[in-house]
Write a protein that binds this ligand. Structure first.
Ligand SMILES: Cc1cc2nc3c(=O)[nH]c(=O)nc-3n(C[C@H](O)[C@H](O)[C@H](O)COP(=O)(O)O)c2cc1C
Length: 207
């Protein structure tokens, strides 16, 4: 079964290296990950006053993320932190209070940069938000992709063969396994609870 993955890219740039990395991850696991890019560039800035009558862009975003089995964040780092558009999208999806579309969704966080530390700061700020959002985030492999540039991709935007593609391939497989493990264990727990409830009913009937 292919899992539905909402991909949220923290860059609005047409030639974004993070968008290309996201596409490569999907391409490497297209048998098991059914990926869709969720656009965030049109989301009006979050304003709690609008929760009663939300802009249609917020509703569209919440519906797209809410219907996914998992979320993949691919983002640049801006000034050692989360790009504003991505933080806004996270805030929009997290509200109204108690109705977060991120709740319990398995996630992975990938940051790519031409710099040498691969967006480590942004990566951990996203991770910090995921803690509050109650999202189980894949721990390993960590994905601070440094020294990524247009040269890392071929003319069609796919990663060229080499260590970066190898790492992204490992990431793509690990992410599928992570999403699969979370959903399978939840199904097993639900089955266990159902069996336990049936057993209690049977005990009562015989008492
Ligand atoms: C406003 C701004 C701030 C940036 N700050 C950082 C930074 O803190 N760390 C870093 O590694 N690169 C930084 N960069 C460079 C980005 O990593 C680089 O532009 C990258 O290509 C952006 O990702 P994208 O190609 O997915 O748009 C910054 C770029 C911009 C435009």
């Amino acid at each position: 079964m292919a899992y539905k993955i909402a991909i949220i890219v923290g860059s609005l740039r047409e030639g974004s290296i993070n968008r290309k990395v996201a596409r490569s991850i999907c391409g490497l696991r297209d048998d098991n990950l059914d990926c869709s890019m969720v656009e965030i560039g049109d989301l009006p800035p979050y304003n709690q006053d609008l929760d009663g009558d939300p802009p249609e862009q917020w509703s569209r975003f919440r519906q797209q993320v809410g219907s996914a089995d998992g979320v993949l964040f691919c983002s640049p780092e801006y000034n050692r932190g989360i790009p504003g558009v991505l933080k806004n999208a996270i805030d929009v999806g997290s509200r109204p209070y108690g109705q977060s579309v991120f709740d319990k969704k398995p996630a992975a966080i990938v940051t790519a940069s031409p710099g040498s530390i691969g967006g480590f700061g942004a990566n951990h700020q996203i991770r910090q938000a995921c803690v509050f959002l109650n999202m189980p985030v894949m721990q390993q492999p960590e994905a601070y992709l440094g020294h990524v540039s247009d040269d890392s991709f071929d003319d069609s935007g796919c990663l060229k063969d080499g260590p970066l593609k190898d790492l992204v391939s490992v990431l793509a497989h690990a992410f599928h396994d992570w999403v699969d493990m979370i959903h399978r264990s939840r199904r097993l727990l639900a089955e266990d609870s159902a069996h336990a409830a049936m057993a209690r009913q049977a005990d009562k009937a015989h008492a």
